[in-house]
Write a new protein. Structure first.
Lengths: 163, 194
């Protein structure tokens, strides 16, 4: 019983811990509101060194420099968008982990929908073109086949093994 | 059978045959993508620079202590001469690899090479240059890496070709080698001199 409780407590505590990222205490701003905004911006900015991490959880030197820069801009009074624009002006859209919505990225945003639509059209065309008969899986028997079927059903010897 | 009926049948057959081309088309598109993606010559870390064709960012960088050359500022890049702007550090191994090419270029004297010493201790950087030789006619220090960020630098070394008006015309990511120098950088310098 006590072990069970301890296990549950351990699990709860493990999940209660906030993800720490790579932000060192000395980087953090004293103002919790600004710090929260800085964290929010940092998690959306790509680290240029280890490209699939955000600067918020990368230990690279450049990521740290960019984290400090983000905080400096916020303290200087920039809005979140202005901070992002500042970084994008230097490193391009690639630095944003969430790609922006603009003509160059229309294919990225609409691509999956476009492919789905093409697929739906393809399936619809295929289903409409398919001959009606094959929809049941069989074509109806013609008179000759009907007659042969009747003959086979009547004639026991035709199917049963000879005893 | 009339001529038109025959044509209709023929058209139908052609349309059906075209369907057999679809997998081939699909194959060509997919394999083209793989050829691009798996090409060992392509380094996915290299990102296109957004600084191309923009004026060099405003900066003033103090000289590197322990060397005889002056510091570097944006005005020095607007001298009317084509210049190379090379971001380097003594802790960067690829910088060591590209260093002989810079020395060679400096000896030829065709183009002024300016250096930005990126996030480096001055005494280590100057010792490094004393050991290997100094190809730079001006060196600015960027101990905090802020100037590097303004240039969109994501790693050292990086080399920019600046035209006489102080506009960035080209960026080379990673160490300069013989290929990059002879195929791209030198022809571009020639072209910019016009």
């Amino acid at each position: 019983m006590r072990r069970g409780l301890a296990t549950i407590l351990l699990i709860v505590l493990a999940f209660a811990a906030a993800p720490a990222g790579a932000v060192n205490p000395d980087e953090m701003l004293d103002d919790p509101v600004l710090e929260a905004r800085a964290r929010d911006i940092s998690t959306g900015l790509r680290c240029l060194v280890c490209q699939n991490q955000s600067i918020d959880n990368s230990n690279a030197g450049l990521a740290r420099d960019l984290r400090l820069l983000v905080r400096e801009r916020l303290v200087a009074g920039d809005s979140d968008d202005e901070v992002r624009a500042y970084i994008v002006a230097r490193y391009g859209d690639f630095v944003l982990l969430r790609p922006p919505f603009k003509p160059e990225t229309y294919f990225l945003w609409f691509g999956p929908g476009l492919i789905l639509a093409l697929g739906v059209i393809g399936v619809a065309v295929y289903l409409r073109r398919r001959p009606a008969a094959s929809a049941h899986g069989f074509a109806p028997l013609d008179p000759e086949e009907q007659a042969r079927l009747a003959r086979l059903l009547d004639d026991e010897d035709g199917l049963a093994p000879k005893s | 059978m009339s001529a038109t009926a025959k044509d209709t049948i023929k058209d139908g057959i052609v349309a059906r045959r075209l369907i057999y081309l679809a997998p081939i088309l699909f194959f060509v598109v997919v394999s083209g993508y793989f050829l691009w993606g798996l090409n060992p010559e392509r380094d996915p870390r290299v990102l296109p620079s957004v600084m191309i064709d923009k004026p060099a960012p405003e900066f003033t960088a103090g000289p590197l202590a322990g060397t005889a050359v002056p510091g570097l500022a944006t005005a020095d890049l607007k001298s009317g001469q084509v210049t190379l702007f090379n971001v380097f550090a003594s802790w960067c191994i690829p910088c060591r690899a590209e260093h002989p090419f810079l020395m060679d270029l400096a000896q030829r004297g065709e183009v002024a090479i300016f250096g930005l010493n990126y996030k480096n201790k001055p005494e280590e950087a100057s010792a490094w240059l004393r050991d290997l030789g100094n190809p730079y006619t001006r060196i600015g220090t960027d101990e905090k890496g802020r100037i590097g960020i303004d240039w969109g630098v994501s790693g050292v070394p990086e080399t920019f070709v600046i035209d006489g008006t102080g506009r960035i015309r080209y960026r080379h990511w990673g160490p300069i080698d013989k290929d990059a120098l002879e195929r791209t950088i030198l022809p571009l310098i020639e072209e910019l001199r016009g």
